[in-house]
Design a protein around this ligand. Sequence first.
Ligand code: G4P
Ligand code: NA
Ligand code: NA
Length: 190
Amino acid sequence: MDQLKDRILQEASIMNNEVLKLDGLLNHQVDPELTVDMGKEFARLFAESGITKVITVESSGIPVAFTTALSLGVPLVFARRKKTLIADPDAYTERVPSFTKGIVTDIMVSRQFLQADDTVLFIDDIIANGDAARGLIKIIERSGAKLAGVGIVVEKAFQAGARTIREQGIRVESLVRIASLEDGVIRFES
Ligand code: G4P
Ligand code: NA
Ligand code: NA
């Protein structure tokens, strides 16, 4: 999405060689029209996949997962993050480390909202090392639902997350792939 590349160049600031601040676009403010267009693009890419549900992890994945679900005409489920976890027999949970925050959290999806006859599309805003993504993929596997693929707004291709998911044989579609942030310059993969 060229429109998205332009917006990233306008809005993003480089924190260091690994981290891009995207508060103006994904992590603090959202542009509704642009987010609708992102959702339409994911819906187009996965139109033939028989998606019954879109799934993401709170919080920054929710706006784009919502517009994708709207375009596909299916519900959105967002995995919740729990700080204290009292074992819940009615939920799937996974413990995941967070790259930027340096903390560990538990993500949780109620069994009620993810079932073996679902075909799910996992949408997320940014993928780095892919820890949260791997946690949610494990939850999807345990539920017996079919994972049709993963849609990512910004893939940091110099980190291993998206690659390792593709290596598992899972389809990953990214709207924008960033090759590097070195020397204070955002370089996109063509
Ligand atoms: P991943 O599993 O999603 O790849 O993420 P990873 O554990 O590597 O990173 C954890 C969190 O850090 C994720 O947000 C991810 O979106 C965010 N993150 C990673 N790299 C960057 C970056 O370069 N810029 C920004 N802005 N965020 C980055 P989260 O913990 O899921 O939090 P939330 O934003 O959904 O609340
Ligand atoms: Na995030
Ligand atoms: Na996210």
